[in-house]
Design a protein. Structure first.
Length: 352
């Protein structure tokens, strides 16, 4: 097998609820699992990796099902979890101190489908902010120092059918004055909002529901944007090009929906996609000729693939501190801790 990375299932655990999100707690061997019980109530469970097993350390039950979570806006000294639920509430939790949220606000009408954070542990430029997207079609940016109202809001046009916002991601946060948000919608729209100018910076339509978007890194000038769709594909865009739509590539990744895309924190040219067939695919992006790097898109190569479940893998998260350690969940109510080997060989060629 040589230097080819391998995907290994280190620990597998079944739970008695539907899992909608999993996230590593920063700078720890703990991760959180968010989801919904059959009766419609929600839960946050905190697990700790202990040898060849995982131990449940804490559980917080809620009246409403939980859909998504992020640590992206939290400082290391706090490590607070921001979550969105099926009743449109945004809440921030101190997982070590209390079972009562330290901040809460009614953020959307209906479900908060997606969430991301910036200004926290790994993206220190700018204010700590959370962005949410809902099935009301709105994209809203929140600062917990400002109560009740978002600091920015991008609403659907009045009198028109509002597409569900399925995914949001921060990017372009390379100093204290700049930050952007990308949002993907069920009608295939992808929009990049400039939070400084408060306008749409770029947009396109991929003709299929957009399940996940992610910049290759949040804390640099916008570079690559990845987007996954219902129709088995992912798309990569060079946002530094004059025409990102032209300088892009599309790749069939899985049999069925491509649920997520997550870039390796230690090397933004390596990323994982998860599929509706229960498979994981590891990819490597290769830059074009250096003289052309600002105007063309490169190529992608599949490094490894493994089917780990019989149901779609809907969530995936890399550990920021341990290269190759990851956690994912599937519709089979299973959570899996993964080890992806031989990724350190790519670190020497990483872009920082």
């Amino acid at each position: 097998m040589g230097s080819v990375p391998q995907i290994l299932v280190h620990v597998q655990r079944s739970v008695d609820f539907s899992v909608f999100d999993t996230k590593w707690v920063p700078c720890s061997c703990r991760f959180v699992v968010l989801g919904s019980y059959p009766r419609g109530t929600g839960t946050i469970q905190v697990y700790e990796l202990e040898g060849e097993d995982i131990k449940l350390r804490k559980q917080i039950d809620k009246e409403k099902a939980l859909k998504c979570g992020t640590f992206g806006a939290s400082l290391l000294c706090d490590r607070n979890l921001a979550s969105g639920d099926f009743d449109g509430r945004l809440e921030i939790w101190d997982l070590d101190a209390s079972t009562v949220p330290v901040y809460k606000v009614k953020g959307h009408r209906g479900i908060i489908n997606c969430i991301d954070g910036a200004g926290g542990v790994r993206s220190t430029f700018g204010a700590p902010e959370v962005v949410t997207g809902g099935n009301d079609g709105a994209v809203r940016v929140w600062d917990q120092r400002q109560k009740e109202k978002p600091v920015a809001s991008f609403e659907p046009n009045e009198g028109t059918h509002a597409p569900d916002c399925w995914t949001v991601a921060f990017g372009d946060s390379f100093d204290d004055a700049n930050r952007s948000v990308c949002a993907g919608y069920d009608n295939g729209d992808i929009k990049v909002f400039d939070l400084t100018a408060m306008k749409i910076r770029w947009e396109t339509n991929v003709k299929s529901g957009v399940c996940c978007v992610e910049f290759d890194r949040k804390d640099i000038k916008m570079n690559k944007l990845a987007a996954t769709t219902l129709d088995s594909n992912f798309h990569l865009y060079n946002l530094r090009a004059r025409n990102p739509q032209k300088e892009s590539l599309s790749q069939t990744a899985h049999k069925g929906t491509v649920w997520t895309v997550k870039h390796l924190p230690q090397n933004r040219d390596v990323f994982m996609t998860t599929g509706g067939s229960g498979s994981l695919s590891l990819w490597k992006y290769t830059n074009p000729c250096k003289k052309q790097s600002e105007v063309v898109i490169g190529t992608v190569n599949k490094l490894q693939e493994l089917t780990v479940a019989c149901q779609p893998i809907s969530t995936f998260d890399w550990n920021m501190d341990k290269c190759g350690l990851a956690v994912c969940s599937a519709f089979d109510q299973g959570i899996r801790v993964l080890i992806i080997t031989k990724l350190m060989a790519e670190i020497g060629r990483a872009h920082v």
